[in-house]
Design a protein around this ligand. Structure first.
Ligand SMILES: Nc1ncnc2c1ncn2[C@@H]1O[C@H](COP(=O)(O)OP(=O)(O)OP(=O)(O)O)[C@@H](O)[C@H]1O
Length: 313
């Protein structure tokens, strides 16, 4: 059973705004799925339809095999949600927030245990009005973890966090995923999801323009990855072009340059060359995440944090 399934899901806010356009999306149980796209792509609207905060114009959605409208009470009981703007009460402590969610969900969690999971144990008795943005986001995530949900839906969990906060958020998401929880989270930054996602879906102007692993997406685009090796001496008859995933190879003196259609082939290339000569140096240039994202979304501007980050094969 899919954790999330949408068929022809469409939301039109008015005549001019088609926020989500005929979305067919499947998120499998146990996977970490990054739902990507620039601002206004339709990510939040999709999430809001999964949670029955917004009614679709047409199409259907199921969550944990249940109808997103008819069975929403059961869905809400079994999932955890971090909304785009988690509402916290300045005067209440983190423990009081958690206690409230635990009571509402009729769960049996211990607030201290959840605070530990999100790294807030020592701040549990402080009013959240004093919390940093990162601490507030972690508390929001902690509230989503109440009741040991089968599925976590997180809307831009890293929005507004500094690099340390983002890293911490990724660590917690990974920890939850490691226990088998399905995680569906949105982001407008590809670099942010790279290390945690099994698969990504890229939205642009309401449409799902790509889905797959980052390796799949790179392969689909035919964006080559290049590897350059400095060797002791260039052997004759290397026949590199016969290796799977190699597009071209050239040798200049002791420098061998190989372009690969599949970044995963680079390991084979290195092994093949290393079996014939001594390798002194390896320089690997992958398709940048920025290039990948821009190709799918025609975005000129990316968050500056993502520029120059390479996808590791
Ligand atoms: N309540 C609403 N009424 C009218 N238009 C809306 C409403 N909510 C969203 N939209 C529009 O629908 C489109 C999709 O917005 P949505 O918030 O789903 O995108 P998003 O990908 O989540 O973007 P962001 O990352 O900025 O939150 C945008 O054009 C937005 O302006």
């Amino acid at each position: 059973m899919a954790a999330i399934q949408t068929t022809g899901l469409t939301k039109r806010y008015n005549r001019s705004v088609l926020a989500v356009d005929d979305l067919d999306l499947t998120v499998e149980e146990g996977e970490v799925f990054g739902f990507l796209g620039p601002n206004g792509a339709g990510k939040s609207t999709t999430i809001n339809m999964l949670l029955d905060f917004v009614r679709p114009t047409s199409g259907t959605a199921t969550v944990l095999g249940l109808d997103a409208q008819a069975d929403i009470a059961e869905i809400r009981h079994r999932i955890g949600v971090l909304p785009e703007q988690a509402s916290l009460y300045d005067r209440l402590t983190a423990r009081e927030h958690l206690k409230w969610v635990i009571d509402t969900k009729r769960a049996d969690d211990e607030p201290g245990a959840i605070l530990k999971r999100v790294g807030l144990y020592d701040d549990g008795y402080r009013s959240v009005g004093d919390y940093s943005k990162g601490m507030a986001q972690r508390l929001g995530l902690g509230m989503a973890l109440v009741g040991d949900p089968e599925l976590l839906i997180l809307d831009e969990p890293s929005a507004g966090l500094d690099p340390t906060g983002k890293q911490e958020m990724r660590r917690i998401i990974q920890m939850e995923a490691d226990t088998g929880t399905t995680v569906f989270f949105s982001s407008h930054i590809l670099g942010e999801v790279e290390s945690v996602c099994d698969r990504v879906g890229i939205m642009n102007e309401g449409r799902l323009v790509a889905t797959g692993t980052l390796n799949d997406l790179q392969g689909d685009l035919n964006l080559d990855a290049t590897i350059t090796l400095e060797v002791e001496r260039a052997p004759k008859n290397l026949a590199l072009h016969r290796l799977d995933g190699v597009r071209s190879a050239s040798i200049k003196g002791t420098t061998i340059t190989v372009t690969c259609t599949d970044p995963a082939s680079k390991v084979d290339v290195v092994q093949h060359i290393a079996s014939a000569t001594e390798v002194h140096d390896i320089i690997s240039e992958d398709v940048s995440l920025e290039q990948l994202f821009n190709t799918y979304t025609n975005e000129e501007q990316m968050d500056e944090e993502t520029s120059g980050i390479g996808v590791t094969a």
